[in-house]
Design a protein around this ligand. Sequence first.
Ligand code: NDP
Length: 239
Amino acid sequence: MPTIVVTGGGTGIGKAIAQQLAHDGTDVVVTGRRRDVLDDTAAALGGAVRAVELDATDPSAVRTFAAQIGRVDVLVNNAGGNTDFDHPAPVGLDEVARAWRRNLDSNLISAVLMTEALLPAMTTGAAIISIGSIAADKGAGSYGAAKAGLASWNIDLARRVGDAGITANIVSPGYIGETEFFRDALDDTSVESMVEAIITKRAGTPTDIAQTVAFLASPHARQITAQTFAVNGGEHPSR
Ligand code: NDP
């Protein structure tokens, strides 16, 4: 039975990815730091999903998880978010250093640790998909820099694992509603102006991202690797 690991799978985009990939004959494991949230998600997805409490930035916890998981066919490095939203603006160099390290830990180191730990459990046909951000291209302080670093790391990762038949790609969302990402910070006017900047004139949904991830995880995408896929409704066009 294929095993699929989705970090940060208890809410938002990760939950939608777990739902998309959970079908007969797959073992989907969602991870996150909040036990109650994970249990609610596992229950909501009808028992097709297993919940494991895990801080993806903690090497010791990741090591223990990897020792217990067995073979892994798909790893989705989705855990992350802009940690600046949970803290007041940093004052002084010490706080600046802490703030930058929080975003790098949450969005880059988490993916690196999970991938390094689970790679030995992956063989030909496996797929690693990491969730980047439009912020990597548009700029957004330490959060955007962390997501840009994630995309750069992914290229090197793809080179390392390519001859083992493993792919590594980034899915880079634009503004996605229906998640905990923005906490309670967005009022109607902010949402309207964000949607106005999107060519499709709608916010993205977690399902938009999940369907792209599902394609990259499927047998139809075996020649696609080392790429970044923007799913942003044209908010940041590319050639
Ligand atoms: P959510 O806040 O709903 O989801 C983030 C998830 O990551 C939560 O379930 C959280 O669970 C988990 N998480 C955070 N840190 C850790 C950690 N250290 N270890 C384990 N789990 C962790 O927001 P989204 O669904 O929107 O975000 C998913 C991804 O999409 C993120 O990487 C985000 O940066 C990215 N993204 C989102 C966009 C948007 O507009 N929503 C736009 C571009 C990118 P818990 O707190 O319980 O650990």
